[in-house]
Structure formats: C-alpha cells, structure tokens
Design a protein. Structure first.
Length: 298
C-alpha cells in the first residue's frame, strides 16, 4: 500500500538540509564558460566540470516544443568548455508528460565516481563525465511491491549524489538507493528494514558501506516544505558485523551488532528515524534478550 501524504503534490526540486555528518553541497558551477546555449534553460540545469573540460545543459528548444503543452525541457547538450565544441546532443524521452521537465540532480558529496544524474519524473539517466556517455533510463527499485495512491504516485521528488551512491525519494513509495561504481552498471541497494507508520508512509534503513565503515541512512522528504533529509544515524561510519539485522514490532526496530570485541548491540528505531537508547545492561546481552526488550519498547 502507498503512503497517504496529506500535503500538496509537486515534483519540483527539493532543498536538502545539511547535517554535521554530510559535507555541504558543492558549488554547481565554477565561472561559467562563454559557450552559447541555444534554447531555454531552467535554474540548476547547467553543470560545469573544469577537470573534464565539460559544460552540460538541459534545454527546451524548437525540437522539443509541444504544440499543446509548450516548452519541454529535455534536450541534453554537452560542450567542450575550452572551445565550445558541441560533443553530444540528445533528446530525452517524454516522461509522463512533455511539460514535466528533466532536472540535473543535486550533488552533496561525490569524490568517488565521475557521474552526473539527471532526474526525470519517474526515471533517471546517468552521464559519465570521463567516458562522455549517457546511460539509462533507470527506474527506482524497492524492497517490496508498491501501490499507487493517485496519478502522482511514483513521481521522483528528489534525487542527489552522495559519494558512490545515488539517493532519491519517490512520492508515496519512499526512498531508493543505487550504488555507482566506476566501470560497473548501477545497481539498487535495498534497505535492511522498512516500516510503514499509521499513515502508511515508508520508513527505511539503508546500510551504506565505505572504506571507513558503514553508515545507516533513513531518508525522509517533507512535501509541504520540499525538504529532503538524509538522516544519518552515526556521527561517523562504524564497523558492523556482516549479517542480516533482526527486527521486531513489524520492522519498527532493527537490531545490528558492532564488529568489535564486545559486539555491542545497536537498535535502530525506524519510526522515529533514530538510534534507540539501550539500557546499559541490555547492550551486551544476547540477540534473544535484546529482541525481548525490543518487543516491548514504545
């Protein structure tokens, strides 16, 4: 079942709330090259990569104009920023409606892979800045089957790059994650657990590994304020035992174990999107004892 959100419907770009554990969004543009861009360009729909000497834009022009709906922002142009030579031009397919525009995804932190994401209404594309190739479209994927509430269900409301991961949020369906590795096709990362609250909104806990350990993210999206939050659980990644987590109370609580000599128990509260406070006498007990505590936790 989909989530019954009561706030207004939109597919406009969201803002992302910075946190102490997430590097603030990098500047989208260095000084813009003086390359002429034919057509109309929406705010945020250009990208300049000095390292690759590339300048990208998504435009609406006469080739994409719809007689009934007007401008259609779905033509991708890629220039060599040093001489303005046009390297690639490709018209992206209509996604639900010609007046639903494509948008270059936010970049919060991405030193691991050289890819740029382009968000449509229900799917997305990836542009490899080194290979100068476009791939896709890719569809958001989820751990369990999703059911729409209305015609807007399934619209991607937010999409951003975060290191070697692409994180998005879909109306009524919740968050989704793709792993982006250089030289490999992007693949979905499914949550370790997901929980539906009393409004049938999805709360998900994603375990994302890195060289420093594992971070647990529980993304959320406020449709009224168009505010997207990553909601990392730990101040910094930690080492977890490589096993499936145990759950209680219809997946509201997720039990993980720190990979250390004492194997400390870590309980994630998906409903409140936070780490639960464990009594000191519970942290070091067996899985069975911790699960018993989780079953009565409010």
């Amino acid at each position: 079942m989909g989530c019954a959100d009561s706030s207004s419907t939109d597919t406009e770009a969201a803002t992302t709330e910075p946190t102490d554990t997430i590097t603030p969004a990098i500047a989208r543009q260095a000084p813009r090259p003086e390359c002429p861009v034919p057509g109309k360009v929406l705010p945020g729909n250009t990208y300049y990569s000095p390292a690759q000497e590339l300048y990208l834009a998504i435009v609406a022009d006469s080739t994409t104009y719809d007689e009934k709906l007007g401008d259609s922002h779905r033509r991708l142009l890629v220039f060599n920023s040093s001489n303005c030579e046009r390297l690639l031009e490709q018209t992206l397919p209509v996604d639900r409606s010609a007046d639903f525009h494509y948008q270059i995804a936010d970049i919060n932190y991405n030193s691991a892979v050289q890819q740029l994401a382009i968000r449509g209404t229900t799917h997305f594309f990836l542009f490899d800045l080194e290979e100068r190739q476009l791939s896709g479209p890719f569809q958001p994927q989820f751990k369990s089957e999703r059911y729409g509430v209305d015609a807007q269900s399934g619209n991607i409301q937010h999409l951003e790059m975060w290191e070697s991961f692409l994180i998005g949020y879909v109306q009524d369906y919740g968050a989704f994650v793709f792993r982006l590795d250089d030289g490999e096709s992007p693949g979905p990362v499914f949550p370790a657990a997901e929980y539906q609250d009393e409004l049938e909104a999805y709360h998900q806990a994603f375990l994302l590994p890195s060289d420093q350990g594992t971070q647990v993210l529980m993304p959320s999206y406020d449709r009224r304020d168009r505010l997207f939050r990553i909601n990392p659980v730990f101040e910094r990644p930690i080492t977890l035992q490589p096993r499936e987590g145990l759950t209680a109370q219809e997946n509201r609580f997720l039990l993980l174990r720190e990979d250390s000599s004492n194997e400390r128990a870590i309980v994630i509260d998906l409903k409140n999107r936070e780490q639960a406070e464990l009594p000191s006498d519970i942290q070091w007990k067996s899985d069975e004892d911790v699960l018993d505590w989780m079953k009565v936790m409010q």
